[in-house]
Design a binder for this molecule. Structure first.
Ligand SMILES: Cc1cc2nc3c(=O)[nH]c(=O)nc-3n(C[C@H](O)[C@H](O)[C@H](O)COP(=O)(O)OP(=O)(O)OC[C@H]3O[C@@H](n4cnc5c(N)ncnc54)[C@H](O)[C@@H]3O)c2cc1C
Length: 572
């Protein structure tokens, strides 16, 4: 069985769980009814199931290669990309003035989830372009916008993002790529960038690189970084392609997974580039791109989780091994431990989907309603969506291998590919450790106001849950109180390293409570069919209790973390 788009779950969550209707009540998105959204998602599902899904294994077995300085992509990827571009799926949320559909990012997030679940390595390409489109829309001048955006949105050209250098990974401020003003409106860019996703391909006419570099005498660290657009072919004023720029792919990385996506070492040797935004304000523009991409990468984890879940359920329904005490179907799906794994996979995938979509709605609302509280909500949720979406992808695909037993370790089932492909998502776009640091430092800088507003909203639902579901809400309420105490503890710490020591468990506990909130909302909306009540019940009793141990670790401080010296880590 190939991938099947989870349309009914998406539509259910949009309608009942993340208040998507709020969007259509704004002027900005007034034409975005659920009915219209549903029709768009149905079309995207066809693309994912029929065109992209067959490419998943092809890309794994036939990685992109570098041949005489040119990247040759996996068989079929060119046609797959063309279908994505021709369908307008790259620019779902992009500005209509430049050819985009102008629809909510929430719709793009659903579409991206489907493309990711079908073939992650190919769908990473349009995701990179989407981030670039967003950055240019917000920070580029009108000339650059009108030259680049229509081609990026139509998919004739693709976009990349170039931050990382050998000595500058999480520490972006350590980058040394140089820029010099040519005094003709352009700049000369030199340096080496590593790990550049889709650094080149053979299916777009041009590849446009957003490159971070330093001007002479700029301030050290992130303050002195500027952002440039550096195209592979320099466009003429009418958008036709001019001469080849002084940049090249030096090599492609050999990776654990994601083989269909060429990850390039790029060299810029006095390449011609154009400034985006102000000089030394590059990080501001890059953050626009990274914020968009962080939710996008959370959606990558989610897409793979869904695909891995589907494969595992199918396998478990067919594989027979002895009899279980319940013996309902005769397959391994009857065994309690297999059920536990499948329910963990399903309930966490649902939680991750709801968190990603709630984040997308908050981003859309901050654009449409221009209210500070939505901006703060979007900022709070973004690192959670990135980290929890990707960790869920990794955990679910790992459990998927386990459900398959020995066959999970044999490549032909495809269960292992999900895990290999999704593993990197907790590393790129800011490691999940960096996301957690963002949450406990920048996102609590308001004294926890945005966090407590959300906690209060969850509390309100707990206190207003219908009687028959009170058992679910009381489990949530206890975990919520624990999270609330941990949040107060975080806010009270004067020494930042005390917060940082507990950042990752804090982020995870926040995500698990949010997941429970969305499960409860789902259960309330689906009180008749009851299947979502049963799923929520599993989540509250088997997944949510981790919040207590996570919050204990989150608030334990740094003392134990530093008691054992770095030397002792090596020798005892
Ligand atoms: C397949 C792939 C595709 C990629 N695509 C792109 C791309 O398109 N463009 C691009 O620019 N980059 C890309 N990257 C690079 C990616 O963003 C970096 O790998 C990532 O930012 C981490 O940097 P690093 O590898 O140098 O690890 P490091 O920064 O060295 O981190 C190592 C470990 O230390 C931790 N750490 C580092 N600093 C801190 C800190 N201050 N506090 C706490 N912990 C910390 C990290 O969380 C991590 O666990 C890609 C990487 C891969 C593998």
């Amino acid at each position: 069985m190939n991938y099947q788009a989870p349309l009914s779950d998406m539509k259910f969550i949009l309608e009942n769980v993340v208040d998507y209707n709020n969007l259509s009540s704004t002027n900005h998105f007034e034409d975005t009814s659920l009915e219209m959204t549903s029709a768009i998602l149905n079309e995207a599902a066809k693309l994912a199931e029929e065109i992209l899904s067959p490419l998943q294994r092809v890309g794994d077995l036939n990685p992109a290669i570098l041949e005489n300085g040119v990247v040759r992509t996996s068989p079929g990827f060119s046609d797959g990309y063309k279908a994505v571009a021709d369908g307008g799926w790259i620019g779902v949320a992009a500005n209509p003035r430049y050819g985009g559909m102008g629809l909510p990012l929430t719709i793009q997030t659903c579409v991206n989830e489907m493309m990711n679940g079908a073939c992650l390595s190919l769908s990473l390409n349009p995701l990179m372009s989407q981030g670039q489109i967003d950055a240019l829309e917000h920070h580029a001048n009108d000339h650059i916008k009108s030259l680049y955006l229509p081609k990026l949105i139509s998919g004739e050209w693709s976009g990349t993002m170039n931050l990382t250098e050998p000595q500058a990974g999480s520490d972006v401020g350590a980058l040394t790529s140089k820029a010099n003003n040519n005094n003709d409106g352009s700049y000369s860019i030199s340096g080496q960038k590593i790990y550049i996703s889709w650094g080149d391909s053979d299916f777009t006419d041009n590849v446009c690189h957003l490159v971070l570099a330093r001007l002479p005498d700029s301030a050290p660290g992130t303050k002195g970084i500027s952002l440039f657009i550096v195209p592979k072919f320099i466009p003429n004023h009418d958008g036709t392609l001019g001469q080849k720029n002084n940049l090249r792919v030096v090599s492609l990385e050999h990776k654990v997974g994601l083989h269909g996506s060429p990850t390039a070492v790029m060299e810029y040797d006095k390449a011609q580039g154009w400034l985006i935004g102000e000089e030394s304000q590059g990080m501001k523009a890059m953050f626009t791109m990274m914020n968009n991409a962080r939710l996008g990468v959370g959606g990558e984890g989610l897409g793979v989780a869904e695909a891995a879940l589907q494969k595992a359920v199918k396998f478990a329904s067919q594989r027979t091994q002895g009899k279980s005490p319940t013996n309902q179907t005769g397959s391994i799906i009857d065994f309690a431990d297999v059920r536990r794994m499948l329910l963990t996979m399903k309930s966490k995938t649902y939680a991750a989907r709801a968190i990603c979509l709630a984040t997308a709605v908050a981003i859309d609302m901050s654009k449409a309603a221009n209210e500070k509280s939505w901006v703060a909500r979007a900022a709070l949720l973004t690192p959670i969506a990135k980290a929890f979406g990707t960790e869920t992808g990794i955990e679910v695909s790992n459990l998927g291998i386990q459900v398959h037993g020995g066959m999970g370790f044999i490549e032909e089932t495809g269960a292992a590919q999900f895990w290999r492909d999704v593993r990197v998502t907790s590393i790129y776009e800011g490691t999940n450790g960096i996301q957690a640091i963002d949450l406990v430092s920048r996102k609590l800088i308001d004294g926890g106001q945005a966090a407590f507003e959300l906690i209060n909203e969850i509390n309100y639902l707990c206190e207003n849950t219908p009687n028959e579901l009170m058992k679910l809400s009381s489990e949530l309420k206890t975990a919520l109180d624990t999270l609330s105490e941990a949040t107060s503890w975080m806010v009270m710490q004067k020494n930042l390293n005390e917060r940082l020591a507990g950042a990752t468990p804090y982020l995870e506990s926040f995500a698990l409570v949010l997941g429970a909130f969305f499960h409860l909302k789902g259960a309330i909306a689906d009180n008749k069919a009851q299947s979502r009540v049963k799923l929520a019940s599993f989540y509250m009793n088997h997944i949510l209790p981790s919040v207590f141990s996570l919050c204990k670790s989150a608030t334990a401080g740094s003392a134990d973390i530093y008691k054992l010296s770095a030397k002792e880590l090596n020798v005892i």
